[in-house]
Design a protein. Structure first.
Length: 256
């Protein structure tokens, strides 16, 4: 059991380490194949913060301008919208740059493409990277994302607005009843199922982790737990980075 003071210390350590450069953290070691059990974390720059703020205001004024994204996502969340490339040039450049920064650190996409190329060695002739699959969630109290994986190579999330604190969640009725659980209400959780045991990586989300960027392999299972202490929206942006495989049979086959 962790007290609230200890949880604040953990979050403080995370915050003190955050910069605008990606920092890779490993969840567990993979015994075989390509290791997908890692993530990278950083803060977002001020120009991206400003662009996201403007997009949120536009969605609040003109929600019908944006396509509902519910059918494409696993979340039990009502307000999920696709993002327009024309409205988010700073975001697209940021994701593009973070992809290359991640590859310089991990070589994960390169290893994955080499594996695909080997398997389809007679037909693969090239590959582009697609950064256009992006959306925004306005998550209400009690809504959640069940354990799931994404399509693509890398996925990412920006925790833009987190309207609750660890202490506020701990003082709710359910927070008090589940205070001895490994996970807390409002957490973002990575899960790595194994033969003998599962490994979990919890992010103890509260308002001090707002404007934080997280990137991880799309095949890494994760979930978002509901929060209970406020009626404000928890606002997150997210997306998938895809290979667009060019091959001799299907010249522009999107591998998703």
């Amino acid at each position: 059991m962790c007290s609230i003071s200890i949880l604040y210390i953990i979050n403080t350590i995370i915050l003190e380490r955050l910069t605008q450069s990606l920092q890779i953290e490993h969840i567990s070691n993979s015994s075989k194949g390509i290791d997908n059990k890692f993530y990278a974390i950083s803060k977002i720059p001020k120009e991206l913060d400003k662009e996201i703020f403007n997009v949120i205001k536009d969605i609040e004024k003109n929600p019908k301008k944006y396509d509902k994204y519910n059918d494409s996502l696993a979340g039990k969340i009502i307000h999920e919208y696709g993002l327009h490339a024309d409205d988010t040039p700073v975001l697209l450049k940021f994701i593009h740059d973070k992809f290359h920064e991640m590859e310089n650190l991990s070589k994960y996409a390169e290893s994955l493409f080499e594996q695909i190329s080997s398997y389809f060695r007679h037909s693969v002739i090239g590959c582009d990277i697609d950064f256009s699959d992006n959306w925004i969630n306005f998550q209400k109290k009690y809504e959640y994302n069940p354990p799931h994986i994404h399509s693509g190579v890398y996925s990412w999330v920006i925790w833009y607005k987190i309207p609750y604190t660890l202490e506020g969640e701990a003082n709710t009725e359910i927070g008090k009843a589940t205070k001895n659980h490994d996970t807390r209400t409002g957490d973002f959780v990575f899960s790595t199922p194994g033969y003998m045991f599962n490994v979990h990586q919890n992010f103890l989300l509260d308002n001090r982790l707002e404007k934080t960027f997280l990137m991880f392999p799309s095949s890494l299972e994760h979930s978002v737990l509901p929060f209970y202490s406020t009626d404000q929206y928890r606002i997150t942006l997210a997306g998938n980075i895809h290979f667009n495989i060019q091959n001799s049979t299907f010249p522009r086959y999107p591998l998703k």
